[in-house]
Write a protein that binds this ligand. Structure first.
Ligand code: WAQ
Ligand code: MG
Length: 255
C-alpha cells in the first residue's frame, strides 16, 4: 500500500501472506492510510501480486537490541558511533544523518522509499530521489508471530510498526552489498529509529528526532562494487518470510 495527500507521501506498508488473510490485511491497510498522524490520505494505491510458495525464501530476523537515550541529540550521536563501528566514514555518516533530518527527497521533503549511499564516496545512488527504493515482499512467518509479539510485549513494545521495521531491516541486511541501514520515522509522534546491519543486528535507538517533526526516512549504505540494478531488484522483489532470531542475543543497552 502507498498513500499520499496533496501528492506528498503519507504512509506505505507491505505484507506477504496467504490468500485467506488478504481481505483482512487490505482493509487494515486502508484504515491505516485514512487515519494516519501525517493526515488522512486523498490517494491510496493497493497492489496485490500472487507468488508461488516455493519462490519464498525463509530466513531468521536480525538479533534485536534497544539503546535508551534521553533525547535525539544523544540518539544521533549513538547512531553515528554505531555506524562508525561498521567502518563507515564519519563524514559520510554525518551527511546521511543530516540528509534525513533536512528532507532527503529531491523536493526537500520525505521520500517514499530509501536513499542509497555509496559507502566509499558518499554519493547518492538511487535513480529517483523522490521515490527511492521501496523494499517489498517480506513479512513475519505466521508460525513465529506470537512468540515475537510476546518477546516484544515483555519489554512493553506493542506498536506493530516495530515488527514491520525489524522485518524490513532484516530483509535489507540479507544482501552482502549492504553494509548498514539508518532509519527514523517521518511520523511526527514516532521518535524511535534504528541502525541495522548483518554484523550487529537491529539496534533501536529510543530517540532519533524531536516530537512534532515530520522529517524522516531510510538510508542504505552500500558497497560500490555492486550490480546496483540487481540489488535494487532483490530489495524490491525477492519474497522473504522471517522467523525468530536467537532470543538470547537480546540486550537493553545504556547510552
Ligand atoms: N522501503 C524503503 N523505504 C521505506 C519503506 C520501504 N518499504 N517504507 C518506508 N520507507 C521510508 C520512507 O522514506 C519513509 O518516509 C521512512 O522510511 C519512514 O517510514 O523499533 O515507522 O514507516 O521502534 O514512518 C523504526 C523504529 C520505525 C521501530 C520506522 O518508518 C522501532 C517507521 P515509517
Ligand atoms: Mg511513516
Amino acid at each position: 500500500m502507498h498513500s499520499s495527500l496533496d501528492q506528498k507521501h503519507i504512509s506505505g506498508a507491505e505484507r506477504l501472506l496467504g490468500f485467506s488473510q488478504l481481505e483482512e490485511a487490505a482493509s487494515a491497510m486502508l484504515q491505516r492510510a485514512l487515519s494516519h498522524p501525517r493526515g488522512a490520505a486523498d490517494h491510496i494505491s493497493l497492489t496485490v501480486q500472487s507468488l508461488k510458495q516455493k519462490q519464498v525464501r525463509k530466513h531468521s530476523l536480525l538479533k534485536f537490541a534497544s539503546f535508551e537515550v534521553d533525547n535525539y541529540i544523544q540518539g544521533r550521536d549513538r547512531a553515528q558511533k554505531l555506524l562508525e563501528m561498521l567502518d563507515i566514514d564519519p563524514l559520510i555518516v554525518r551527511n546521511a544523518i543530516s540528509l534525513l533530518a533536512t528532507g532527503p527527497s529531491a523536493s526537500g521533503g520525505v521520500m517514499r522509499g530509501a536513499a542509497l549511499i555509496n559507502v566509499d564516496s558518499g554519493d547518492r545512488l538511487e535513480l529517483d530521489q523522490s521515490r527511492g527504493v521501496r523494499v517489498s515482499r517480506m513479512d513475519l512467518d505466521p508460525a513465529a508471530r506470537s512468540a515475537i509479539e510476546l518477546f516484544l510485549k515483555a519489554q512493553t513494545l506493542t506498536n506493530p510498526r516495530i515488527i514491520e521495521a525489524w522485518v524490513l531491516a532484516s530483509k535489507v541486511a540479507l544482501y552482502p552489498q549492504v553494509v548498514a541501514e539508518l532509519c527514523w520515522s517521518d511520523d511526527p509522534d514516532y521518535l524511535t529509529g534504528y541502525v541495522a546491519s548483518a554484523q550487529n543486528g537491529y539496534q533501536r535507538i529510543t530517540h532519533l528526532k524531536e516530537s512534532g517533526c515530520e522529517m524522516g526516512g531510510r538510508v542504505f549504505f552500500v558497497r560500490p562494487v555492486v550490480d546496483l540494478n540487481a540489488l535494487i531488484d532483490l530489495l524490491q522483489n525477492e519474497p522473504v518470510l522471517f522467523g525468530s532470531p536467537l532470543m538470547e542475543s537480546h540486550c537493553i543497552c545504556g547510552t
